[in-house]
Design a protein around this ligand. Structure first.
Ligand SMILES: *Cc1c(COP(=O)(O)O)cnc(C)c1O
Length: 385
């Protein structure tokens, strides 16, 4: 929801661009900080959701750590003020160079996803005469009930270590002077709106912890990953996700051992609702039964609809005429470059300003230059006088 001075500001910029409501981001961060503090939980922001420097520096100022999935994300988070002792590094395919960078910058922990990866980290740490802190990313076999492309915690999945590999790993760790097991890590998927899924995750974590305890291993850190979903259909009704109940579930259902600390890796839920993709209608084209609103933004600025058939709310900021149906499409030479079919919009014409909502996460971060497009700029609410 925007007022007329914001509208005039947005309307004076060259489209398409990303627009961030920094007051909303700040409110979300305050909620995260307060709710997590009740239980002394440490939250790491998943950089991959949005790595815009302005966004990162605000997020780190609220005490969040960084969850990185590449060497460049580690560099970006350090550049924007995240302390290295609050950086965790996940990913199924860490290159030698990335492992070296992580060791050289003394990050908090590697979240390891396979036995061969653990062996390579050990080798590189040894060559540097260093000890790598590691957590095992465990595949807990909990179904996140979300889109299959963003489900990561079921058994046949490229992510994570399966329970039948635990014994072998314990052997490797016992034999190594350069690996220090400090945690167990879980991340079961994204856009999870059914909070009972997190209760199931807690119950699995408790069972897995019991297994490790029966093998005389109690780690200091339990990292439960991210995945809290947001309301794409009604962004204004639920601008801030329900962090209160989310954290309360982990507090209620996780059985912690003495002195264990719980970590989270939230991406989407932190930044999604603060971002909109603003574009302009180039043409309204009449088909046989359909009217197409052709925008100057496409899958190059927002890939999620083309990639996972994701829904985003679309608004016409310039019109309040009678509602009609439009297929809202982008200019890219791909049939999947479509933001929505039969979208109800007030009568729409060339040059109307269109807002595609909830694009703060996995929007700008997934931008591409396909079709030799120019990467869109970003604008921030706190720059509007
Ligand atoms: C992507 C990712 C996250 C963040 O997921 P969200 O759904 O955006 O909260 C957290 N941890 C890991 C390991 C990830 O890959």
């Amino acid at each position: 929801m925007i007022n007329s001075s914001t509208y005039n500001y947005l309307n004076s910029q060259e489209t398409p661009f990303y627009y961030y409501d920094m007051e909303l981001l700040e409110k979300s961060l305050i909620s995260i900080k307060n709710e997590a503090a009740l239980y002394n939980f440490q939250v790491h922001y998943a950089i991959k959701a949005n790595a815009n420097p302005r966004i990162l520096s605000l997020i780190q100022s609220y005490g969040l750590g960084a969850d990185c999935v590449s060497g460049n994300e580690i560099k970006r988070s350090i550049e924007n003020g995240f302390p290295t002792n609050k950086i965790v590094f996940a990913g199924v395919g860490k290159s030698d160079k990335e492992i070296e960078l992580a060791l050289d910058t003394n990050i908090f922990c590697f979240n390891c996803e396979s036995i061969p990866e653990i062996e390579v980290i050990e080798e590189i740490a040894k060559s540097k005469n260093k000890v790598a802190n590691i957590a095992l990313r465990i595949n807990p076999n909990v179904n996140a009930n979300t889109h299959h492309y963003i489900t990561t915690g079921i058994a046949e999945n490229k992510f994570g270590i399966n329970p039948w590999e635990f014994e072998e790993i314990i052997g490797i760790l016992k034999a190594s002077k350069n690996l220090n097991l400090i945690g167990l890590h879980f991340h079961i998927g994204s856009q999870i709106v059914d909070l009972s899924v997190f209760k199931s995750l807690c119950i699995r974590i408790n069972e897995i912890q019991d297994w490790f305890q029966s093998h005389q291993i109690i780690v200091e850190h339990i990292n439960v990953g991210g995945g809290l979903g947001i309301n794409y259909h009604q962004p204004d009704e639920e601008p801030i996700p329900d962090f209160k109940n989310y954290f309360a579930i982990f507090n209620e259902f996780l059985n912690l051992k003495a002195n264990q600390k719980v970590h989270f890796e939230l991406g989407r839920s932190v930044v999604c609702q603060c971002g909109s993709l603003i574009s302009r209608v180039l043409y309204v084209k009449k088909g046989i039964n359909t009217k197409f609103a052709i925008l100057d933004a496409g899958m190059t600025e927002l890939l999620r609809p083309a990639l996972y058939q994701a829904f985003h709310k679309i608004e016409n900021l310039s019109s309040n005429k009678a509602l009609e149906n439009y297929d809202v499409v982008g200019p890219i030479c791909e049939s999947s470059d479509c933001f929505g079919k039969a979208v109800s919009l007030p009568e729409t014409k060339r040059n109307d300003l269109i807002s595609i909502r909830s694009t703060g996460a996995y929007g700008e971060a997934m931008a591409s230059e396909y079709n030799l497009r120019t990467i869109a700029k970003s604008f921030f609410s706190n720059d509007i006088k």
